[in-house]
Design a protein around this ligand. Structure first.
Ligand code: ZN
Length: 526
């Protein structure tokens, strides 16, 4: 296989290759290093830096076994992990050297993925890390990898979709490289932090990665249902790297039960379930990769055509808007506009009432809640960040971010883990230019209001034109139809019959002609 080098070609080539055949990833690195002198407690990345010939030998074995993509020895080469070894000032050096060692062996026979693992830090409110801190650590690592010539980014073994999301955004904003995003799942089928495979797929697809999937966790038997569930909700490529089964302790040694032959049989099932990239994690060796590569050789990927899913998601729940459940009630009690006590609390920096209101609304059945902290004169971005963190510690539903201040909208998008709704943009060009790039960057959906500089038009036709403009602009920023919801707007107070009819007409036009989902602000109907 000859690979055309150069980033632009590569993205195209990887995507077209993924449509033609199953791409083989490599297997374990850590256990291979241990067999070659890495001692318990040593920093694997420093060991690699000091022994590039060992890395070259391992990469070479995997390429020879049939791997199309090899992953660098940089799993823990982020600032936080390297700090544990006093190596925090050598992030760029370690990542670049690892990529160079891999590239030296790969030549034109394989692609090199800069491997990104977790930082070991938890996001607020579960831990004390902020989105910006994680983003910065991943940015530093991917930039070094890209500068050294990595062909793509492979993020692995993430236990939290929030951290994975920060890594994906850092990679996408700072490099042109294709991204593979893998989570690790527990025996109950969810990540340690409670995300289901379908929920993860909905969040990650919106962020614009090349492939999503799972690694480590368990063996192929444990990861098969994870891939099946992802395949049901997403059409993007799927990647899987199982361990060689669930490890057992025998005579004080860790044994991985799956043989190359049994892994190969599972590889066929994983392909059948929709996997496009298949490799191995803990306990897998070049022999496992060879057996899988051989059995998959010549087989095309299975075609999946899942329906477009319109959904919003939190870390552990997602809400699908479909024909059967088109109009969801959005709890709008977190809004200080007409609530003096709530406004005073927010201004003082106390989010106790915000959390309490979130809890009450979810108990009353709200599937998503609106967060608005628009108290005049306050630092709204900072209040929004605090409110979103408070809401996430109280409830686990998706949110709608309600603010006219784009810095506050971005603060909420950073602090919220999942796929929120931005409430809202109008058809005004200057608002669209602020809001749509934020939606794209953070994988959010946007509610578009059918009004512009001139206010709410009186006819359905004019409102429809604004909806068309919102959709066209959204497409320019790379958003999809499932990212856009349209509010045709009910004019307030004593709405005359004719006006209500215009709204209903507009809703029908938006649904039938644009295929977009609609939302109605019921609170405006008196
Ligand atoms: Zn593993």
């Amino acid at each position: 296989m000859f690979w055309v080098k150069g980033v632009k070609h590569l993205i195209k080539d990887l995507a077209s290759l993924l449509r033609e055949r199953i791409i083989i990833l490599d297997g374990a690195m850590g256990t291979m290093l241990q067999e070659r002198g890495l001692r318990p407690g040593d920093c694997p990345e420093l060991f690699g830096l000091e022994h590039p010939e060992v890395l070259e030998e391992i990469h070479g074995q995997y390429i020879e076994a049939g791997a199309d993509i090899i992953q660098t020895n940089t799993f823990g080469a982020n600032r936080f992990k390297l700090t544990e070894y006093g190596l925090q000032d050598r992030v760029a050096e370690i990542n670049k050297a690892a990529v160079k060692a891999a590239k030296k062996v790969a030549g034109s026979g394989a692609l090199v993925a800069i491997d990104i693992g977790p930082t070991g830090r938890l996001l607020q409110p579960a831990g004390d890390a902020t989105f910006d801190q994680l983003y910065e650590a991943f940015r530093e690592q991917v930039v070094a990898g890209a500068e050294a010539g990595a062909d793509l980014v492979s993020i692995e073994t993430m236990t939290d979709i929030g951290e994975l999301r920060a890594a994906v955004i850092a990679a996408r904003e700072n490099t042109d490289l294709p991204i593979l995003a893998h989570l690790t799942f527990e025996p109950n089928g969810r990540t340690m932090m409670g995300t289901s495979p379908a929920g993860a797929a909905l969040v990650l697809e919106a962020l614009g990665v090349t492939a999503i999937g799972a690694n480590c966790s368990g063996g192929p038997k444990e990861l098969l249902p994870v891939i099946e569930e992802m395949a049901r909700v997403t059409g993007i490529f799927l990647s899987v790297e199982p361990n060689a089964g669930l490890p057992k302790l025998e005579n004080g040694r860790t044994i991985f039960p799956e043989t190359p032959e049994s892994m190969a049989v599972y590889a066929l099932s994983l392909r059948e379930a929709g996997a496009n990239l298949i490799g191995g994690c803990c306990g897998t060796t070049p022999a496992h990769i060879r057996a899988m590569a051989e059995i998959l050789r010549g087989l095309p990927p299975v075609t999946r055509r899942p329906k477009r899913v319109r959904a919003l998601a939190s870390r552990s729940r997602y809400v699908v808007l479909s024909e059967d459940s088109p109009l969801h009630f959005i709890g709008e009690r977190i809004n200080p506009t007409a609530r003096k006590k709530l406004g005073q609390d927010i201004a003082r920096g106390s989010m106790a009432m915000v959390a309490e209101e979130a809890r009450k609304q979810v108990e009353a059945g709200a599937p998503l809640i609106d967060v608005n902290v628009g108290v005049p004169g306050i630092d709204e971005p900072s209040a929004m960040e605090k409110a979103v963190i408070a809401v996430q510690s109280a409830v686990d539903v998706p949110i709608s971010i309600d603010s006219a201040n784009s810095a506050a909208v971005e603060a909420a998008l950073k602090a919220f883990v999942g796929r929120p709704l931005i409430n809202s943009t109008t058809g005004e060009q200057k608002v669209l230019e602020r809001i749509l790039p934020l939606a794209k960057k953070y994988g959010a959906a946007v509610l578009g209001l059918c009004l512009d500089e001139k206010g709410i038009p009186s006819t359905a036709g004019e409102r429809f034109e604004i909806a068309v403009r919102i959709l066209e602009q959204a497409r320019l920023y790379g958003l999809r139809e499932e990212d856009i919801y349209i509010d045709c707007l009910v004019k307030t107070a004593g709405a005359e019959q004719a006006q209500v009819m215009e709204t209903i007409k507009c809703v029908r036009m938006v649904r039938e002609r644009l295929g977009l989902a609609t939302v109605l602000g019921i609170s405006n109907v008196s």
